[in-house]
Design a protein around this ligand. Structure first.
Ligand code: ZN
Length: 426
């Protein structure tokens, strides 16, 4: 009898809410209160002398504020606690080098969201093949699209359950993201081939075996033209506004349409990322990627006031195309999906992978001919080929030579699976 090893998983499942306008506005109100609370906490934190800052003190202030300020009361107590926790966590992330300092949240630039940290408050039920019902605090019972089996009702237990949720708004309206925990039999090791992957300059994802993954533009030409027109219109209206004048309804409407188009592009991008990473995780047993520190790249380009960075504009372009969180998200998805299929995601150090020749292994000055084509200037080699393919092959080679980085402790890239012994060993 083989040993049944079980793995714990935690993942998010997002579903669209079917709610009335009134319900939607009520959640809007909660999200605005949550954002205002964040800003007030930040204000308080910055004004408090360093030695007096503490979680307890912030909590007391929060409770007091809820009593005194009417509109804070629209926010359920649990959601308010979650704001505080997230705020403190944001400082921890900063102190431990994972993120920038927390900042104020601007009305139009931050994602609207409300936490429902306790799973038992949700009372989820399936009412139809395609619909589920969930309780949203201070809003009531609402329907959501049922697109995958969730561990609720009789299927729920200590190991398989929904431990909480978060409401998130995008251009399509309010969604609910469930935090799902499951305990499943561990998958057998994936025996598929190894592959190196590079973020391409010419192709979206370059694979070391030449199986490159590309995509079309996220918006059609018509949609792009429309977006440009709307952006120009918004700029014109903004320019004609008097100082201190409020944003007009027409300008708000134009902004909404711009957000709608950008959200459409983002959805298409994310669909593509999901499909592509699933296909890669299905096919390959070991996936090797470059270890890029994206926040550092973005930061270093700007430099400081005394020492401004070089080629800021060019780097800003690169940064915009890399962040957009695209690559980071691709890696997160790959890590999660390979692990789920018994595969491995490995990271190798980045420097030099695009300048070294993947045939002879030498970095000869002047080797890279252009963005698209790599030509090796080593007289004994002379290999030439797609520049992205060359980098992807180098990445795989680094892994095979034992250069994979060990993930830093406490910095879980994926909530990878803790291996646990079954409760009763048979
Ligand atoms: Zn060469």
């Amino acid at each position: 009898m083989g040993e049944h090893v079980m793995e714990k998983w935690q993942f998010g499942h997002r579903a669209r809410l079917a709610i009335s306008r009134v319900e939607s506005e009520r959640i809007d109100g909660q999200a605005h209160a949550a954002r205002a609370m964040w800003n007030q906490l930040h204000d308080l934190w910055m004004m408090t002398p360093r030695c007096q800052r503490s979680l307890v003190r912030m909590d007391q202030t929060l409770r007091q504020a809820r009593k005194e300020i009417d509109w804070y009361a629209v926010l359920p107590a649990q959601a308010a606690q979650a704001v505080l926790k997230t705020y403190i966590q944001a400082w921890r992330n900063c102190w431990e080098g994972r993120a920038d300092e927390p900042n104020f949240k601007a009305r139009h630039r931050s994602v609207m969201s409300v936490d429902i940290p306790q799973g038992r408050d949700l009372n989820i039920k399936r009412v139809h093949r395609r619909w589920g019902m969930v309780t949203i605090p201070k809003v009531g019972r609402v329907r959501f699209r049922w697109t995958r089996d969730l561990p609720v009702g009789k299927r729920a237990d200590a190991d398989n359950r929904i431990s909480g949720a978060r409401l998130v708004k995008d251009a399509l309206g309010w969604h609910i993201a469930f935090r799902v925990q499951t305990l499943e039999p561990a998958s057998a090791p994936h025996t598929g081939p190894e592959v190196g992957i590079d973020v391409g300059v010419n192709v979206a994802l370059a694979l070391s075996d030449g199986n490159h993954q590309t995509h079309d533009d996220w918006l059609t030409d018509t949609e792009k033209a429309k977006l440009l027109r709307l952006e120009q219109r918004a700029a014109r209206r903004k320019a004609h506004r008097q100082p201190g004048e409020r944003t007009s309804r027409r300008l708000h409407h134009t902004y909404d349409r711009i957000h709608g188009l950008r959200a459409r592009a983002k959805r298409r991008h994310q669909d593509w990322q999901h499909q592509t990473t699933t296909a890669i995780a299905d096919t390959y047993g070991t996936v090797v990627v470059e270890h890029l520190q994206i926040t550092n790249m973005v930061k270093s380009a700007k430099g400081t006031i005394d020492q401004p960075g070089k080629n800021v504009a060019q780097k800003a372009g690169l940064n915009r195309s890399i962040s957009g969180e695209a690559w980071g998200r691709t890696v997160v998805l790959l890590a999660y999906k390979t692990a789920r299929r018994g595969g491995t995601l490995a990271r190798v150090p980045a420097p030099g992978t695009s300048r070294r020749c993947s045939m002879c292994g030498l970095t000869t000055p002047g080797s890279r001919e252009s963005q698209a084509l790599f030509v090796c200037k080593n007289p004994g080699c002379g290999w030439s080929g797609n520049a992205d393919l060359n980098a992807a092959r180098n990445i795989l080679h680094l892994y095979r030579m034992g250069h994979a980085l060990v993930p830093a402790a406490g910095r879980a890239v994926v909530r990878r699976a803790k291996r646990v012994k079954p409760a009763a060993a048979r």
